[in-house]
Write a protein that binds this ligand. Structure first.
Ligand code: ADP
Length: 477
């Protein structure tokens, strides 16, 4: 903007540049030119020159600002690009490390479960065979230790699965009474060893069948009852199942050491123990209650504790109650009588056991021969041998280990299915995976390879016989 001012004998030309400078603000340049008014054409020239210079300066400033903004824009673009690339790399790295973690867990789970399967399996064999009376206690101690180790391993796996959001909660008809009864029966021996009594009650308004997850309900109850036994020196652990305000409420009450008020909330956090001396005196990791709370919350329930130091504790959890209509309930738990009946049905069957681990072969052979009469058992030590044995004979069921040398279980199962298709065999031989890894990704690989079901290792005998029975029944006449 140009302004002219006349004062006696002088002409003042004021050039003012106003520009908006990002982000905000004013850019002001002022030029003041003095010229005399009484020198005729010369002063006109002077005015013109001054105006031209002023415009030139304005133009130069404008150019300079524009190029500055352009440079800033370019720098910004480069920075954004760089940052985006870095973020993409970091995301990739995080995804990769999640994959490695899962792989590591799968391997670790497998590596630990395999020898544990041998330990607990063989202890069971020794226990059910004749043995000197004084060894009974020792054998039971081995079994209990390996069971404890399995709980710990499952805890670690569960925790990482919860963290990765990979735990699925089932919703199938279950009998809450039966679940609690089973857990109490399993834990009673442990309580009695310490001179404690373990009792339970189920109030009459608890429905016979509700929708729920039997494994998770059992796991929660085992954790709470296990803690009750662990932290109680004398007295009772009582488990009560009831319906309160339309919710299933389970209470585990003990007469143990109790918990100080300031720790009542804290103990549900990861790695938290009420006292520092707890680990020294009672052992433990501080994982159990954290997992328990997460499992309860995943089922839309809540858990809390009421306790008095030195008197005892009462752990209470509530789950939404979904009763099953009469007639829709199915039972999937196997009693001892049912187990014997299933084993009788299997008399004379032909099983091909594909397994490379010598100890696992011993355990499975003993279990199968113990329960199934006139069993015809064939062996293969890897996938390649399994295919050969499959082509040589007729089998009612194939039990397939997964990780084996030469050829793994997935490839063997795939090849067997391909051969059946090529040879147009209509009735396919059931293949049951025997896997020490319980990761979902590995289990779905078993099904993708054409296997029919799986048995976890270490297995419970009813799972083992039940899975074989289930497949034979499906493929039978
Ligand atoms: P862990 O038992 O392996 O230490 P938990 O997460 O199961 O881990 O329990 C956390 C802590 O809560 C325990 O270390 C103990 O201090 C306290 N606690 C749990 N249950 C009881 C109980 N029934 N009586 C007294 N203290 C308990």
């Amino acid at each position: 903007m140009l302004t002219l001012h006349a004062i006696p004998d002088k002409l003042i030309i004021r050039a003012r540049a106003v520009k908006i400078v990002p982000p905000r603000g004013h850019f002001v340049r002022s030029f003041m030119v003095l010229a005399t008014t009484n020198s005729g054409w010369a002063s006109n020239w002077l005015i013109a020159i001054v105006v031209i210079i002023a415009l030139g300066v304005l133009f130069a400033i404008n150019r300079w600002r524009t190029s500055l903004l352009l440079r800033q824009k370019q720098v910004l673009e480069v920075t954004v690009k760089q940052r985006t690339k870095e973020l993409q790399e970091q995301k990739l790295l995080a995804e990769q490390s999640e994959k490695y973690k899962e792989q590591f867990l799968a391997n670790m789970s497998h590596e630990i479960r395999t020898p544990m399967h041998a330990i607990s399996g063989m202890t069971n064999i020794l226990l059910r065979n004749e043995h000197p009376a004084h060894q009974d206690k020792l054998l039971k101690a081995i079994r209990e230790s390996s069971d404890n180790l399995l709980v710990l391993l499952n805890d670690i796996l569960d925790l990482s699965k919860i963290e990765a959001g990979k735990i699925d909660i089932e919703s199938i008809p279950i009998s809450p009474k039966e679940v609690i009864e089973n857990v109490a029966n399993v834990m009673r021996a442990k309580a009695e060893e310490k001179g404690l009594s373990l009792t339970y009650s189920v109030s009459s308004d608890v429905p016979t069948f509700i929708y729920g997850d039997p494994t998770r309900l059992g796991q929660i109850a085992i954790n709470l009852i296990g803690n009750g036994i662990k932290f109680t020196e004398t007295g009772t652990i009582h488990v009560a199942v009831a319906v309160v305000k339309n919710k299933l409420r389970v209470t585990v009450k003990d007469t143990g050491i109790g918990i100080v008020p300031q720790k009542l909330e804290k103990i549900f956090e990861l790695f938290e123990q009420a006292e520092n001396s707890t680990t020294r005196k009672y052992g433990g990791t501080g994982l159990g209650l954290s997992i328990t709370r997460q499992l309860v919350e995943m089922q839309h329930g809540r858990i809390w504790v009421e306790s008095e130091s030195g008197v005892g504790s009462e752990f209470i959890f509530e789950l939404p109650l979904f009763p099953v209509e009469q007639g829709k309930e199915t039972r999937d738990r196997v009693s001892e009588g049912e187990l014997k009946k299933m084993a009788t049905d299997l008399a004379g069957i032909r099983i091909l056991l594909v397994e490379d681990n010598e100890f696992n072969i011993m355990v499975a052979t003993d279990d199968l021969n113990y329960y199934i009469h006139d069993l015809q058992l064939g062996f293969a030590k890897n996938g390649q041998e399994a295919i050969e044995k499959f082509n040589e004979g007729t089998w009612d069921v194939i039990l397939m280990d997964i990780q084996m040398p030469v050829m793994n279980g997935y490839d063997a199962a795939k090849t067997i299915r391909e051969q059946e298709t090529m040879q147009q065999i209509e009735v396919r031989t059931p293949i049951i995976a025997m896997t020490a890894s319980l990761l979902k990704s590995e289990l779905s690989m078993c099904f993708e390879a054409g296997m029919n079901s799986y048995i976890p290792k270490p297995y419970k005998i009813e799972e083992f016989i039940g899975a074989i029975h289930g497949e034979i029944k499906k493929s039978g006449p």
